[in-house]
Design a protein around this ligand. Structure first.
Ligand code: FEO
Length: 441
């Protein structure tokens, strides 16, 4: 810790020295290299141990370069794997660990924090980006026990081959004393896996919710400094991972609503010292309310479907309905997921390929169906050359969505005037449905 504090105090001196060096180098062509050194120095120092409250430290890692999670979910802004060290007067606890790829950073941070033992490792969630370094921690701190619920224990035994004797299981609502600090465990199954739980540090009024309320955002900010940016990252994360479990998450938020929370310390992204910011955002996302928006994921091969989408978007805008077309050859699928959090209606647009929908449309529809958004209406538009079952195949994939299907429109070849009039009628129908939902002002 002493070494780290010295580094922190040195930051302004180092920055000033580099600034002088940079000024000297501006005319010599070395400026870009000096900038690179400054950036790397800033990153390295910022990944060290940081105190979030007396005797509570952030000891996790920042993954600036990760661009895909589960080999599926785009991470345009990287992510962090947050872990927290709590020095109670009698027991030392680590809350969650990090992804195995960042194990060394966690270990180094623990060394810097000046501890020589760990009593408890809280496992709020068995997924490896938080649990993956548990075996290493148990190897380095052999007296440590893993505190978790029985279901998470079973999963950690299965996934990481942790010995069953290394666990202490806790019940929902159970408390464990660390001396002058108390941990309370709150079961919250199906944040997106069945074993998830939250940990509350009573005296300091800090909630450690792991994935829940987090954001995939690599940043050297310890606390949220740019709420608009974090809102986007947190919404993307909610949309991609938690949206299918909206009903469960509603129950979890209900369960913690009477807790006095001064700080939320998630396991991804910056911490919240204004908890109502993220709690209010979640309340909006998990509510049953939808917005006056139509999402249009589409593919066009030769321009027919594209002409329909362009005309339809204009028709919606004329009717005071927000339209969001997503060209699936260019869209980051996370953007589509985010749009599905709020939209009242989805209209899928596809050409016909090998008698069915375009494969990229199939992928988007499969994902939309799996994400179970609260969307209320759906339709399909598109084109065909000589036949096929594109329409039936798309509507047949929407089994998870509790949507009313509005009469689709599939045209032969390039859309003619009569087809465009039909698109106006589809826009009229959506306008009527949105009026009935009281979402058009
Ligand atoms: Fe961040 Fe579900 O793991």
């Amino acid at each position: 810790m002493g070494m780290y504090m010295t580094q922190r105090k040195d930051i302004p001196i180092l920055a000033s020295a580099l600034e002088h060096l940079l000024n000297g180098c501006r005319t010599t062509g070395y400026a870009p290299y000096v900038e690179l050194v400054k950036t790397n120095l800033k990153r390295r120092i910022k990944m060290a141990v940081r105190e979030i409250k007396p005797n509570i430290y952030s000891v996790g890692a920042i993954d600036w370069d990760r661009r895909l999670f589960d080999e599926l979910i785009p991470l345009p802004d990287g992510t962090t794997y947050n872990a927290y060290l709590i020095k109670g007067s009698e027991k030392i606890t680590l809350v969650d660990t990090v992804d195995p790829t960042k194990e060394n950073e966690l270990v180094n941070n623990l060394k810097k924090s000046g501890i020589n033992t760990i009593d408890y490792v809280v496992a709020n969630h068995a997924e490896q980006d938080h649990s993956g370094a548990i075996p290493k921690i148990l190897e380095l701190y052999p007296n440590a026990k893993v505190l978790t619920n029985p279901r998470c224990k079973d999963m950690l035994v299965d996934l990481l081959l942790v010995a069953a004797g290394k666990f202490i299981t806790v019940n929902d609502g159970e408390s464990i004393s660390l001396g002058d600090k108390t941990l309370e465990f709150i079961y919250a199954p199906w944040v997106h896996w069945p074993e998830t739980m939250l940990t509350y540090l009573k005296e300091d009024k800090i909630l450690f919710p792991c994935d829940l309320l987090g954001s995939h955002l690599a940043t050297s900010d310890l606390f949220v400094s740019d709420e608009a940016k974090v809102y986007e990252s947190a919404k993307r994360y909610y949309a991609e991972i938690m949206m299918p479990f909206r009903t469960n998450i509603k129950k979890h938020l209900e369960k913690i609503k009477n807790l006095e929370i001064e700080m939320i310390a998630p396991s991804h992204g910056p911490l919240y010292n204004r908890p109502e910011f993220i709690l209010n955002a979640y309340k909006d996302w998990i509510s049953d309310e939808v917005k006056n928006e139509v999402i249009i994921p589409y593919i066009s091969m030769h321009g027919s479907t594209r002409r329909m989408v362009d005309y339809f978007v204009e028709a919606l805008i004329k009717r005071n309905i927000a339209a969001k077309p997503f060209n699936l050859t260019k869209t980051d699928i996370g953007e589509l997921a985010m749009a599905l959090v709020d939209a009242a209606t989805i209209v899928i647009a596809s050409p016909t390929v090998l008698a069915g929908p375009h494969p990229s449309v199939v992928y988007a529809v499969f994902l939309a169906n799996a994400l179970r958004p609260k969307t209320k209406f759906a339709s399909v538009i598109g084109s065909y050359g000589w036949g096929g079952k594109m329409l039936e195949q798309i509507t047949g994939m929407l089994t998870n969505l509790k949507v009313e299907i509005i009469a689709p429109l599939v045209v032969k070849g390039y859309p003619k005037e009569g087809d465009l009039n039909s698109l106006d009628r589809l826009a009229d129908e959506i306008h009527k449905k949105h009026k009935e939902q009281n979402i058009i002002r």
